[in-house]
Design a protein around this ligand. Structure first.
Ligand SMILES: [Zn+2]
Ligand SMILES: [Zn+2]
Ligand SMILES: [Zn+2]
Length: 499
């Protein structure tokens, strides 16, 4: 809800909705829109025709709906904007990642699970020590155990604290004056380029490891990537990626869209080449201001690369295997797909570090923001674009990307779901487990849907509707039950909003 509304008014609106004759249909609509925070209201109609005969199979119109509208999800990926839609996006991301890792769903065959696959995490280098958690022997370790030494600014260079998970100091530099903010911002700005070079170099190194030319490798195999960018507490992103070896493009057919590689590469070897490549790749960034030297950018020393196998440790009895299970990795990556800068409390349109500070954003992040704006003004053409990405602290890449051939696409998942929602609203029988989630090809469909929609507005009609929708399915059911009770016991109608 955008603004504060008098609770008494909200309560009255809730009561009016609950007592409305078509409440059940409204509740169905709210459920179909996933109890979205701010759904899109449409008016219009859809007619389904048989393609060959032109016979009208069914019609749906919003004129018969409560308030004469159809509610459609807002589709926002940010958890802070719409928990429901961001949750759905996360689910979709999981499905496409899991499909690419384990196969056997969304049109990706189970055989992909046998391709060599590695889960890799590449980080940014250090730009100066920050408060951190360490896991030592016997639990959490000290942050930066050091004797009493101070930096040139008179601040201790060590920290003997054992920081708990929610400690606000985590991710903050031990000394903000020592921290290399410009380097941090320059690295973040060029991180997508560094990643691109990583993928190119990886192909080259893999060919070299297998003792063949790159041209030969292309004839035998191809690398597929699915990656997400995650913000660390210190305000810099790192990349998690699923890297899989597939058969060559020449072996791709309609029947076999995911062919096996024609060269034998154990996942451990692929992991090793990934580690080697991450340590090797570099990019010479243009100077961030006149007269300063450019910076040679690299990934951090912490590179984690582990084989992903569907027959991971727990089945084969190997103790302490480092192998990962595909579903675990997919869940891990999907978790980050909806996290953007919002955990720092940066609104999408952020104007100044001062405004951020007033919103309670921590001093380190405010300083990063100030540096982003500084570099944008001093760095010339190479850095002018930074302003647009200030709220992302200078990260301009996508948070979630994958190779075209990795798995199914979010678009196909969404199309399938929209068709299912429309079918359901028209009252046609459909089973969520199959019809709605099939990765079906619309071209093969024998029906044609003619639709005509107009935007009626955005959001729930009243604050009361929004409050009802926000309680989700269980909440709406509770309200409905309460409504039944209200009918028999008028005195219980004093139930207040929010309880
Ligand atoms: Zn939504
Ligand atoms: Zn510390
Ligand atoms: Zn210092």
């Amino acid at each position: 809800m955008a603004c504060r509304v008098d609770p008494v008014v909200v309560e009255r609106q809730v009561a009016a909705r609950l007592l409305s004759p078509n409440f059940n249909r409204w509740a169905e609509q709210a459920a179909a829109a996933g109890h979205c925070t701010s759904p899109i209201r449409l008016t219009g109609s859809a007619t389904t025709l048989d393609k060959t005969t032109g016979e009208v199979l069914s019609t749906y119109s919003t004129t018969g709906e409560p308030d004469g509208v159809l509610y459609v999800r807002c589709g926002n990926r940010r958890a802070s904007v719409c928990p429901s839609c961001s949750h759905e996006y996360k689910g979709d991301t999981w499905h496409l990642l899991a499909a690419g890792a384990a196969g056997g769903m969304k049109g990706v065959p189970e055989s992909v699970a046998a391709h060599p696959m590695v889960f890799a995490t590449v980080t940014a280098p250090s730009f100066g020590p920050v408060h951190t958690t360490r896991t030592g022997q016997g639990g959490l370790g000290r942050c930066h155990p050091r004797r009493r030494v101070v930096c040139q600014h008179g601040r201790p260079v060590g920290c003997n604290a054992v920081h708990a998970d929610g400690d606000s100091r985590l991710g903050q530099p031990l000394c903000r004056d020592c921290y290399r903010y410009t380097e941090h911002v320059v690295w973040q700005w060029h991180a997508p380029e560094l990643w691109r070079r990583f993928t190119i170099t990886l192909r080259r190194r893999l060919a070299a490891r297998l003792g063949m030319t790159q041209t030969r490798l292309v004839q035998l195999a191809r690398l597929s990537f699915a990656k997400v960018a995650e913000f660390q507490r210190r305000g810099v992103i790192h990349f998690h990626a699923l890297i899989r070896l597939d058969g060559p493009a020449s072996a791709v057919t309609g029947e076999h869209p995911f062919p096996v590689p024609l060269v034998d590469v154990p996942a451990e070897v692929l992991a090793d080449v990934i580690r080697e490549t991450a340590a090797l790749v570099a990019y010479d960034a243009p100077p961030a201001s006149d007269g300063e030297p450019g910076l040679r950018l690299r990934f951090g020393k912490q590179v984690d690369a582990r084989p992903v196998t569907s027959t991971a440790s727990r089945d084969d009895g190997r103790e302490q295997s480092r192998d990962l299970h595909p579903e675990t990795v997919a869940a891990y990556i999907a978790k980050y797909a909806t996290k953007a800068c919002e955990e720092f409390g940066l609104p999408q349109r952020l104007r100044s570090p001062e405004a951020a500070a007033r919103l309670g954003v921590n001093a380190h992040i405010c300083r990063l923001l100030a540096t982003v704006l500084d570099v944008a003004s001093t760095g010339g053409e190479h850095y002018a674009g930074l302003v647009r990405w200030a709220a992302m602290l200078g990260f301009r890449g996508h948070f979630s990307t994958k190779s075209r051939r990795y798995s199914t696409t979010l678009g196909r998942l969404r199309t399938a779901r929209k068709r299912w929602q429309l079918q359901r609203l028209r009252g046609e029988s459909c089973d969520e487990g199959t019809t709605g989630w099939q990765d079906d090809d619309p071209a093969e469909d024998s029906t044609l849907v003619l639709s005509d929609w107009a935007l009626a507005g955005i959001g729930w009609l009243t604050a009361g509707d929004a409050a009802l929708a926000a309680t989700g399915s269980d909440g709406v059911r509770d309200w409905r039950d309460a409504k039944v009770r209200t009918r028999s016991h008028p005195s219980t109608s004093a139930r207040t909003y929010g309880t």
